[in-house]
Design a protein around this ligand. Structure first.
Ligand code: ITT
Length: 200
């Protein structure tokens, strides 16, 4: 069976493929198809955007689709960057410019006030219809400088609770064991299994 992951983010796709490796599905990203219209991520929440991506792509490609919308929620910044995580530092934002902006905004803030969490919402859709959504959260704090070369996005500045290393300093398999994406995908697998057995 084929499963489309409605993303062009290769880092995200790598993690999703690793986390779904035991499912009997062949995974494709949007890069495998020509002419898929860009989905405007203008929702107010991660869930809005995940649903919008999954529904539009599954309708266009007529294929079973999952979409991941995720972000970093920083308590001291009233929840920013949140749903705007990808474009936090504006037009042409990069992982580096986003991390630098965040650290600048937290300059002088002590560790006890640097609480944050990653949130991941996955939406599952088939032929333009939502089958279900699943959320995963990983809590931690923002450190003071970028550390580590693994992972992507905000991984170099995020230390999960109970850990001493940032996500970017960890082995990728360790991040996958405890991440927001793992938690959301564990629930997603149940949604997919249930739906597929109903469709058999
Ligand atoms: P698609 O919409 O094509 O899937 P995107 O990069 O635009 O790709 P999002 O809209 O979900 O994805 O934006 C999420 C941003 O949050 C992403 O670009 C990263 O900067 C950050 N992010 C998401 N998951 C992350 C993770 O596991 N570790 C670090 N940063 C992450």
């Amino acid at each position: 069976m084929e499963l489309v992951v409605a993303t062009r983010n290769k880092d995200k796709l790598r993690e999703i493929k690793a986390l779904l490796k035991e499912l009997p599905v062949e995974i494709f990203s949007l890069d495998s198809f020509k002419g898929v219209p860009e989905v405007v991520e203008d929702g107010r929440t991660l869930e809005d955007n995940a649903i919008k991506k999954a529904v539009q792509v599954s309708r266009f490609l007529k294929k079973f689709t999952v979409a991941d919308d995720s972000g970093l929620v920083v308590e001291y910044l009233n929840g920013d960057p949140g749903v705007c995580s990808a474009r936090y530092s504006g037009e042409g934002a990069t992982y580096k410019s986003n991390n630098e902006k965040l650290l600048r905004f937290l300059k002088g803030v002590p560790l006890a006030k640097r609480k944050a969490c990653f949130k991941c919402v996955i939406a599952v859709a088939d032929k333009g219809r939502v089958i279900g959504t699943a959320e995963g959260v990983c809590s931690g704090k923002i450190c003071f400088t970028l550390k580590g070369d693994n992972g992507f996005g905000y991984d170099p500045i995020f230390i999960p609770d109970g850990c001493k290393k940032t996500f970017a300093e960890m082995d990728p398999a360790r991040k996958n064991e405890i991440s927001h994406r793992n938690k959301a995908l564990a629930k997603t697998k149940k949604i997919i299994s249930k739906y597929l057995s109903l469709c058999l």
